[in-house]
Design a protein around this ligand. Structure first.
Ligand SMILES: [Ca+2]
Ligand SMILES: [Ca+2]
Ligand SMILES: [Ca+2]
Length: 246
């Protein structure tokens, strides 16, 4: 073990300053160190997107008015994706705590992957144009079709919670929830004639609302509230559980 006893021949003075800094840091009160550390609730900036293959760190990922391809594996709270005009393809594969907006044009927005989720403050909004929004993962925040005739599809493997909002908004919207999806929170077609299909269960924490316009609502198993009103020619069907409110 000769090397243990060997004294350094040089560099001692240069090392002294860093060592002193370390020693000083060790002497600092714990509160001072804590003040320098980020608050536990605030995560380090992690927005990680690409726009047409080019990395985009955020906070704002701005598309072009052509057809863009945007992929985000993370979007921090307060950060935005603004796809602007064109038929954009937006794929969300991680934690989405910011706001994703399709802009004009018929956009395709997909939430997919084992680690994908829309957090409580996160949102997806198709905005103008006939948008197709496909949800394959957890949504705690909001999914909005925005204006025009949108298709929102929660496929098997997706999930919701009591504060989730799914809103067709203006236009004739199609909102579909596959048979293994437990619908919680609020699902609403809102303005104009909408088609809402729940092939599984609306939980006791869930409500499905047609809104204005003549809506066509069909829920397989309702343990919550289903109400197509107030359209004059609404169609509302529940196969089992609590009947439609009238
Ligand atoms: Ca767009
Ligand atoms: Ca739309
Ligand atoms: Ca609507």
């Amino acid at each position: 073990m000769a090397h243990v006893k060997r004294h350094p021949h040089r560099g001692t003075a240069r090392r002294a300053a860093p060592l002193a800094a370390v020693a000083l840091a060790l002497l600092l009160p714990a509160t001072a160190l804590a003040a320098q550390a980020p608050a536990p609730a605030a995560r380090a900036a992690a927005t990680d997107c690409t726009l047409n293959g080019v990395p985009q760190p955020g906070p704002d990922i701005i598309g072009t008015n052509a057809d863009d391809t945007i992929v985000c594996s993370s979007l921090d709270a307060g950060h935005t994706v603004e796809a602007l005009g064109g038929a954009d393809t937006i794929t969300l594969t991680g934690g989405i705590d910011g706001n994703v907006r399709g802009g004009d044009g018929g956009d395709r927005i997909t939430l997919a992957g084992n680690s994908a989720s829309v957090g409580p403050m996160g949102s997806i909004d198709g905005q103008f144009g006939d948008d197709t929004i496909t949800i394959e993962a957890l949504v705690l925040g909001a999914v909005r079709g925005g204006q025009h005739n949108d298709t929102v599809h929660f496929v098997n493997g997706s999930s919701m919670a009591s504060r989730t909002l799914v809103r067709g908004a203006r236009g004739h919207d199609n909102l579909t929830f596959d048979d293994e999806v437990e619908v919680s929170g609020t699902v609403e077609g809102a303005e104009e004639d909408d088609v809402i299909r729940v092939f599984g269960t609306v939980t006791q924490n869930g409500e499905v609302l047609g809104g204005t316009g003549d809506d066509d609502v069909h829920v397989h198993n309702n343990q919550g509230a289903v109400d197509a009103r107030p359209g004059e020619n609404d169609r509302c069907v529940v196969d089992m559980g609590r009947p439609c409110l009238r």
